[in-house]
Design a protein around this ligand. Structure first.
Ligand SMILES: Nc1ncnc2c1ncn2[C@@H]1O[C@H](COP(=O)(O)OP(=O)(O)OP(=O)(O)O)[C@@H](O)[C@H]1O
Ligand SMILES: [Mg+2]
Length: 306
């Protein structure tokens, strides 16, 4: 699969403080990359570097296989980094028309289409000036502007900030549709795991400036499964017993003599008894109920350098 973005030890320092440190991100075509981190973790700073709005102190990146600084690629990216930047005394259409001309998009029809895609045509937008927009409407307009020139990559910094629950759901559906139907690759940041969970195909977790995890969503999800944590003296024998006597197929030997059983959760005692009666020593048996939220909190616990 084509690589859309690759960063190499991307680092930003303000004075003595490393705000982003040696970040190595990989985004492939068609992915929805959820960039997750607590307030102050370094999300916006990273995205601003990728957009060329600020320069890295160290490190570099490639977009569409082109080295950092190649301005040609900007036309292939649509971004919302901040909500502002609209002319308050103009309407949505007038604002988008300016952007359209700036980006060299010949087709004026596309403005209406795009406003429709982001759900702004539900609102009274004909005459309303942008200064009278609610935050949620501005977020939608921001997305419209990001989409107007038909980008291949969307970079969205917390695009659901200020949206109500219905707005969040609509935004999510819009993004999923853009990803599926128009094959737009998406890099979206958030500090809310739940939001990212419903969208992302890959997750990057940034904490205190460091990318501490980058993982396919499928694998991330596995961390959410409840399981029996079984520690024994002989994993080979234990596995044979599991398959033969307990009829369990859904298990994993995660470390020597450490087995996760994703089945029989309410019968952990029986599993342990069977092990013992077949001559396996059981050192530990307990049911683990980590949710992804627990996992995220555990990973990113500890003080923030905000
Ligand atoms: N221009 C700057 N000068 C000094 N420090 C800065 C500057 N910009 C950002 N920082 C610091 O860098 C850190 C990361 O900020 P950043 O805005 O990237 O975080 P974030 O992950 O986007 O957080 P949030 O979820 O609150 O948006 C913060 O500690 C912030 O105070
Ligand atoms: Mg931010």
């Amino acid at each position: 699969m084509e690589t859309i973005l690759k960063t190499y030890n991307l680092t930003k320092r303000y004075g003595a403080i490393k705000v982003v440190e040696n970040v190595n991100m990989n985004i492939k075509k068609g992915e929805i990359y959820g960039f997750l981190g607590r307030n102050g973790a370094g999300k916006t700073t990273t995205l601003r570097m990728i957009m060329g709005l600020i320069s890295p102190t160290k490190g570099q990146y490639e977009l569409f296989g082109k080295n950092m600084g190649d301005r040609q690629v900007l036309g292939r990216i649509g971004a919302i980094i901040e909500t502002s930047g609209f002319y308050p005394n103009l309407t949505a259409m007038e604002n988008l028309d300016i952007h359209r001309r700036l980006m060299g998009v010949p087709n004026t029809e596309y403005i209406k289409e795009t406003l429709d895609v982001v759900g702004l045509t539900h609102f009274d937008i004909k005459k309303k000036k942008v200064k009278k927009y609610s935050l949620g409407m501005k977020q939608r307009l921001g997305l419209a502007r990001a989409l107007l020139h038909k980008p291949e990559l969307l970079i969205l910094d917390e695009p659901t900030n200020g949206l109500d629950p219905v707005g969040i759901k609509e935004m999510r559906e819009t993004l999923l549709e853009l990803n599926k139907k128009k094959e737009i690759t998406i890099l979206i940041s958030s500090h809310i795991l739940g939001e990212i969970q419903q969208l992302a195909t890959k997750i990057g977790i940034i904490h205190k400036g460091k990318l501490i995890e980058e993982i396919d969503y499928k694998n991330f999800q596995k961390k959410n499964r409840h399981y029996i944590n079984l520690k024994v003296n002989n994993d080979k024998k234990a596995v044979t017993i599991l398959e033969k006597f307990v009829n369990v197929k859904d298990y994993e030997v995660t470390e020597p003599n450490s087995i996760r059983i994703y089945d029989m959760l309410d019968k952990s005692n029986e599993v342990a008894k069977k092990m013992i009666s077949e001559g396996v020593e059981v050192y530990e048996v307990n049911v683990m109920k980590d949710t992804l939220e627990d996992y995220f909190v555990k990973l990113t616990a500890g003080g923030q350098d905000v």
